[in-house]
Design a protein around this ligand. Structure first.
Ligand SMILES: O=C(O)CCC(=O)C(=O)O
Ligand SMILES: [Fe+2]
Length: 353
């Protein structure tokens, strides 16, 4: 039986309640050390802001300052907003709108890309992995492998062109951020990029559609999780919903218009040997408007075996490697084939629990 998309459910005339299969028990999301009080700290404006233009065009002094800020952001937050990033405003808007058009296609047209295998290059579906889930998430997705080999659905007609350009711009920006992050770890500028073989980087484009939900307090867009890749670059329409876990509290993230949100993901936690932690985040839903977010999961090349950077570990001192080595393709497969839950994939390769 084909699972109904969330969009088709949300489009039902006069819908006042959600199907019971979408009712999310808050416990499903609780990490032991999280404060249950969901009230935001009111400090979302202190989410670090990184001025990308100073990283690439600033004086050496300005660049050093941004590198230092990047390091602090990765260590204390695992999360930052990037401004002056060079990805055009128009392109960002077009990317969001063309995704909306994709989700507006007829169900039969979208079903052409229905998920069969988790490593298929183009996948359309609902929730995260309904095969293993008891409760579904209020979210439809379109996931596309866009690098090292580029893929695109053939409809809507302009999708390919916009995606290709968006992908190029995001790659350029991410490469520079990774250089800065490498320096912030006291490594050579190109060290992380070499270790991850970013030239053949695996980039997964994931568009998320969270239709408005008549009972938002009972449903979840995505549960608390960390991302599989090195860095995730997130773009969204102006509808709030993302929360990050910061100092044991869930914080609402309301991005500055036209900024891009970046978060540390699992491969960077591994490479930095735990210094930079992949941040837990989740997506809430609302009963007012459809939210769209687009995550670019920039990771190592699929064949790269990732482990803590040798320069950052020393077996004989108090700095032993904290993670086992694992090929990125295998990591992706474990992540996509299981439940999305906290840091469960990373926990599989931790050496000290
Ligand atoms: O919708 C969001 O803001 C978050 C999306 C996300 O976490 C993901 O796609 O991994
Ligand atoms: Fe995520």
């Amino acid at each position: 039986m084909v699972m109904a998309s969330v969009k088709s459910i949300a489009d039902t005339p006069n819908l006042t309640s959600i199907p019971s299969s979408f009712i999310f028990a808050t416990d499903d999301d609780c990490n032991d050390d999280v404060t249950t009080d969901d009230a935001p700290l009111g400090s979302e404006d202190s989410i670090p802001i990184v001025d990308f233009s100073l990283l690439i065009n600033g004086t050496p002094h300005q660049r050093a300052k941004v590198v230092n800020e990047l390091g602090k952001a990765c260590e204390d937050w695992g999360f930052f907003m990037v401004v002056n990033h060079g990805v055009g405003e128009k392109l960002m808007k077009e990317m969001v709108e063309i995704c909306r058009e994709f989700f507006d296609l007829k169900e039969e047209e979208k079903r052409e890309y229905e998920t069969k295998h988790v490593l298929d290059p183009i996948r359309y579906g609902t929730s995260f992995n309904p095969k293993v889930e008891k409760v579904f998430f209020w979210r439809d997705y379109l996931k596309i492998m866009v690098h090292p080999k580029f893929h695109s659905p053939s409809r809507p007609t302009r999708f390919r062109e916009i995606l290709e350009e968006y992908c190029t711009r995001i790659r350029e920006m991410t490469r520079e951020l990774v250089r800065g992050i490498s320096e912030s770890l006291g490594l050579e500028e190109c060290c992380l990029e070499k270790a991850a073989d970013l030239e053949s980087s695996s980039i997964l484009f994931a568009a998320n559609l969270y239709p408005s939900c008549p009972q938002p307090e009972l449903a979840r867009g995505l549960p608390s999780h960390s991302d599989q890749c090195l860095l995730t670059i997130l773009l969204q329409n102006q509808i709030a919903g993302l929360q990050i876990l910061h100092h044991h509290k869930w914080l609402n993230v309301n991005p500055i218009p036209n900024s891009l949100l970046v978060n540390v993901a699992d491969q960077l936690e591994i490479l930095s040997n735990g210094k930079y932690k992949s941040v837990l985040h989740r997506a809430m839903v609302n009963d007012k408007a459809t939210r769209i977010s687009i995550a670019m999961a920039v990771g190592p090349s699929p064949e790269t075996v990732v482990g803590p950077a040798p320069q950052l570990v020393n077996k004989h001192t108090n700095n032993p490697p904290l993670f086992k080595n694992i090929k990125y393709k295998d990591y992706m497969e474990i992540m996509q084939a299981n439940k999305l839950h906290g840091k469960s994939t990373l926990d599989r390769i931790r050496l000290y629990l």
